[in-house]
Write a protein that binds this ligand. Structure first.
Ligand code: ATP
Length: 194
């Protein structure tokens, strides 16, 4: 069983995350894909962070109907922010091959994550380019020994970030079609990002 894990804060989830996941499912022959919702450090952004359960609710609403995709709340269940290496430990069971999916911007900082070697022992890495963040530039900053462990796949470049969505909401602008309608609705109902 090949299980893809796409981690993020998803504040909120948007079409960039969704296309990345769908294309990962298609190109990497995944049996399942988990959108793992990260716990946000209370020290880092207490004022702005949306509660984890609300971010998970938006992910669940966004991936409705996407075959083989699910929301992961292992990190939210733990106390405090958690490390990817521990998340992989949680998902890694006998017979499960893990694939950690990262946008190229996240890959560029991968060597500064906690225990990257431990991550590479537990999962294969797969990355796709994000506009403004070249995959080859990201690869270049990582040790050459890791390159063969990282699979590059094509995903439609979507120039969009959650930050931009939050800014649009704050400015009173429409976010329709940047994220699925059920997410637009949750943001409006809960008055997020205003
Ligand atoms: P923020 O703007 O709040 O920093 P974000 O939009 O970058 O958020 P994250 O939740 O931090 O989203 O990203 C989770 C994962 O999704 C990362 O691996 C990131 O590289 C990837 N990702 C996010 N947006 C895109 C996009 N537009 N195209 C491809 N990958 C993306």
């Amino acid at each position: 069983m090949r299980l893809g894990i796409l981690g993020g804060t998803f504040d909120p989830i948007h079409v960039g995350h969704l296309r990345l996941g769908i294309e990962a499912l298609e190109h990497l022959e995944l049996d399942r894909l988990v959108y793992e919702v990260a716990a946000v450090s209370p020290f880092k952004s207490a004022a702005s962070a949306t509660p984890g359960e609300v971010r998970a609710e938006m992910v669940a609403a966004a991936i409705q109907g996407i075959d083989r995709a699910e929301v992961g709340i292992q990190e939210l269940k733990r106390d405090g922010p958690s490390y990817t290496v521990d998340t992989l430990e949680t998902y890694g069971q006998a017979g499960v091959e893990l694939v950690l999916i990262l946008g190229s911007d996240a890959l560029a900082g991968f060597d500064r994550w906690n225990d990257p070697e431990g991550i590479l022992e537990r999962a294969r890495l797969a990355t796709a380019g994000r506009p403004g963040f070249g995959v080859s530039e990201a690869m270049r900053v990582l040790p050459a020994a890791w390159h063969s462990l990282i699979e590059v796949f094509d995903a439609r470049p979507i120039d969009l970030s959650a930050t931009e969505i939050r800014q649009k909401v704050r400015a009173g602008k429409s976010i329709r079609f940047l994220t699925p309608d059920p997410v637009v609705q949750i943001i409006a109902e809960r008055r997020l990002y205003v």
